[in-house]
Design a protein around this ligand. Structure first.
Ligand SMILES: Nc1ncnc2c1ncn2[C@@H]1O[C@H](COP(=O)(O)OP(=O)(O)O)[C@@H](O)[C@H]1O
Ligand SMILES: Cc1cn([C@H]2C[C@H](O)[C@@H](COP(=O)(O)O)O2)c(=O)[nH]c1=O
Ligand SMILES: [Zn+2]
Length: 191
């Protein structure tokens, strides 16, 4: 269980920012974990801003919705640079489906953290071919904290870290859920 780190701000008088990445396959609980952390921040009376790529219209145009139907409202964006102005004076920035943003989201996350904000990023670390997805490897490189969550392999019940595509499409971006994808372990992904 991830516990919010304690950052002593008394000594410097300045807020210290940082970046957390939540990664894993589809159905691994990334969105649930993101929502859990953001809800806890709100309980702590922190001002939270939440963003997702405009391309992700799967369950809802604006809300972030988990496969288990928990949800939180968010602002859909085409360009990650918009986060810099929209974040304003907030304490915490949440970003879901980060794999769909351009590489510039890496610089934006750094700038938000440098400005003293806690930045929590969730996204797929690998695509359906088992290849690193979009800006996720770079985001993991610059993050202070990384949490890899796991699904359950629907074939054998083992720990799953791959998103197996059930249909023949070869383009990297293809929105979908259980209709097009299933969580699989290493062995079942490759057989
Ligand atoms: N194969 C699976 N392994 C684990 N959870 C699954 C699986 N299939 C469906 N789920 C559901 O998905 C939920 C996680 O959803 P979500 O947080 O949206 O995951 P992610 O954002 O990583 O795709 C689980 O709590 C569970 O109810
Ligand atoms: C593996 C893979 C996934 N996608 C899409 C499918 C879903 O719409 C999202 C992932 O959502 P989740 O919250 O992690 O379940 O990404 C894709 O476009 N390409 C892929 O290779
Ligand atoms: Zn398996």
């Amino acid at each position: 269980m991830f516990i919010e780190p304690y950052h002593n701000q008394q000594q410097t008088g300045q807020r210290t920012g940082w970046i957390e990445v939540i990664c894993g396959s589809m159905f691994s609980g990334k969105t649930e974990e993101l929502i859990r952390r953001l809800n806890r921040a709100r309980i702590a009376k922190q001002d939270v801003k939440i963003f997702k790529p405009a391309v992700d219209t799967r369950y809802h145009h604006e809300d972030i919705v988990s496969h288990n139907a928990s949800s939180i409202s968010s602002i859909p964006l085409k360009d990650p640079a918009e986060m810099l102005s929209l974040a304003g004076n907030c304490d915490v920035v949440g970003i879901d489906e980060a794999q769909f943003f351009q590489e510039s989201v890496v610089e934006v996350a750094n700038r938000l953290a440098d400005a003293g904000k806690r930045v929590i990023v969730a996204g797929l670390d690998m695509d359906f071919q088992g290849k690193p997805f979009g800006p996720m490897p770079s985001l993991m490189s610059i993050a202070e904290y990384i949490t890899k969550v796991h699904a359950v392999c629907v074939v054998c019940g083992d720990v799953a870290n791959y998103s197996y595509r059930k249909i023949p499409a070869q383009n990297q971006v293809l929105l979908g859920e259980t209709d097009s994808y299933e969580a699989r372990c290493r062995k079942c992904f490759h057989t």
